[in-house]
Design a protein around this ligand. Structure first.
Ligand SMILES: Nc1ncnc2c1ncn2[C@@H]1O[C@H](COP(=O)(O)OP(=O)(O)OP(=O)(O)O)[C@@H](O)[C@H]1O
Ligand SMILES: [Mg+2]
Length: 344
């Protein structure tokens, strides 16, 4: 019987385990109870740097989980840990010496696996939590950039937290061209469409074909259109207008685009998450009409509609969205929020 850790995820940069007995080179266990990430050195260093940055945010524990400790893995692991390592296919190509172990607290189940019908998962509270988590990052010039269901975990009280800051960006010092994605993926629904466009243009791809392809491939845009009462032709016209009025997108200048729109990158992704959760409730609750009547859906629609603006110039960031959704939220009473809201 399998007695070691469980591989939660085999990613591009490493593997994530729970209840792993993996040990550090100094002979100490990295963390049996929590989550252990085995990650290639460069990514681990970046993730730890970002973790320090996140831990400096006031009240961060309420909204995020980041690694607490990192170490070099020991070459001598016990039998269970050796089994863990065997399950990490990346180790077939890259030697263990090029990896680091990161440990962090367990934050629950990610939104891909979580069953949203659990009583602890109350949609209006989840909306507030996701908006506040996004707002705190924006107020402190951090951009997660990869907010999809796998990077949001839910604990037993129904509290959602962001994880996996390994491709996050610090908007205080706009990134170099090389750190911004050079990929344009038509299927990653968490990526803001304007980011997809600027990446495509940078690679010499016809933007109008990309716009057509996005609407063909991304089912979430259709769901968004229905739930937010945002007609598809209007969505397409807005994205086209955003392109035609943006010099940075037209010239494929990702750095200039990021400088102008970094604060709307995560709000797009959170908007997508909220639309997708809303839709999931509708298809999974036993009585959708009763569910609809019990939820503040008109208020939600007006906030999420602004986060899902296809023209990034008109899109709300998470601070603006939180202000509309929960005007008395404590985050909005901070100096940072007052200054931010006065400037946007
Ligand atoms: N602190 C945590 N608490 C609970 N589950 C976690 C935690 N950290 C990671 N996980 C689980 O492990 C999975 C992979 O972790 P993480 O997202 O950090 O790694 P990744 O390989 O970088 O993923 P990605 O595909 O996003 O690049 C998550 O989707 C989640 O299911
Ligand atoms: Mg992840």
């Amino acid at each position: 019987m399998w007695s070691g850790g469980t591989v939660l995820k085999e990613g591009t940069y490493g593997c994530t385990f729970t209840e792993s007995t993996l040990q550090c080179a100094d002979g100490t266990p990295i963390g049996t109870k929590g989550i252990v990430k085995l990650t290639q050195d460069a990514y681990a260093t970046y993730e730890m740097t970002l973790a320090d940055r996140v831990r400096a945010l006031p009240g961060w524990e309420r909204y995020y989980l980041v690694p607490e400790r990192s170490c070099t893995p020991s070459e001598h692991q016990d039998k269970a840990a050796r089994k863990d390592l065997k399950r990490c296919l990346l180790l077939k190509d890259v030697p263990l010496s090029e990896f680091r172990l990161l440990s962090m607290a367990h934050g629950g189940v990610d939104l891909h696996r979580y069953s949203i019908l659990q009583p602890a998962f109350r949609f209006p509270q989840v909306v507030t939590q996701l908006l506040a988590a996004g707002a705190l990052l924006t107020l402190h010039r951090l951009v997660h950039t990869d907010l999809h269901r796998g990077n949001v975990v839910v604990d037993s009280f129904g509290v959602c937290r962001f994880i996996d800051f390994n491709v996050s960006l610090d908007a205080r010092s706009p990134p170099k061209e090389s750190t911004l994605s050079s990929q344009h993926s038509l299927t990653l629904e968490q990526s803001a469409p304007d980011y997809t466009l600027v990446n495509a243009v940078a690679q010499g791809i016809d933007p109008y074909r990309v716009i057509d392809a996005l609407f063909k491939k991304q089912k979430i845009l259709k769901t968004m259109s229905v739930l937010l009462s945002y007609p598809l032709p209007q969505m397409k016209a807005d994205l086209t207008h955003g392109y035609e009025s943006s010099e940075s997108i037209q010239t494929g200048n990702r750095v200039a685009w990021f400088r102008a729109h970094w604060h709307t990158v995560d709000s797009w992704s959170i908007g997508v998450l909220l639309v997708s959760l809303w839709n999931q409730f509708l298809v999974s609750v036993p009585d959708p009409e009763a569910w609809k009547a019990s939820q503040p859906l008109d208020a939600l629609r007006s906030v999420v509609r602004r986060m899902c603006e296809l023209d990034a110039n008109r899109r709300w960031d998470a601070v603006q969205a939180l202000k509309q959704w929960a005007p008395s939220h404590e985050l909005l009473r901070t100096r940072w929020a007052t200054e931010w809201l006065a400037s946007v």
